[in-house]
Every structure is written in structure tokens, then in C-alpha cells.
Ligand binder design. Sequence first.
Ligand code: SF4
Length: 94
Amino acid sequence: MQIINFDLEQELWMQEGSCVYSDTELFFPVGSSMKALKQAAEAKAICNECDVKLDCLEYAIRTNQDSGVWGGTTEDERKSIRREYRKSGTLVNF
Ligand code: SF4
């Protein structure tokens, strides 16, 4: 018998994300070209309207998501947030 292990709480917030029906590629821009920057800005605009933005950001920080737009932040923006999160255990400066 195979036991399927998943975090029900995690599954629930993900289903409520504003990006559920968006193009996944939009949230994973590659490089720093004008096209990629525009893509990231478009993804962040969707995040800013998302009801689970903080859940998403905290998940990205806790699980070290090092690519893509999560919780309205790019990977570079999450580096400083991650440093603070490790010190305090909360998303203090967000
Ligand atoms: S914050 Fe952005 S990436 Fe996260 S679930 Fe919402 S829309 Fe998707």
C-alpha cells in the first residue's frame, strides 16, 4: 500500500491563489531581459491582488524557493526577506 503524504493546509492556500488559472511561465521569468522584467512585473501585479499572498511568501521563504515570483516577490527580493526571517522567524519587514 502506498501512503500519499501531503500537507493539506498547503494544498488549500495554493488552490486559492490568483495565479491558479494563469500561465505558469509568467511566474518564472528567465534572465534579466526587458521581456523577463515585464513578465515579473505582470506576475507581481497578479500577486498584489491575491488573498493568499502572505501564505505564499512565507511558504517560499520556508522552503527556499530560489526561482520565480512567489508572494509578490522575485528571487532577489526574497534574499533579504529570508535573512530577516531566519533571525526573527516572522516576515517582519514585509
Ligand atoms: S501570491 Fe502570487 S504566486 Fe502566490 S499564490 Fe498568489 S498569485 Fe500565486
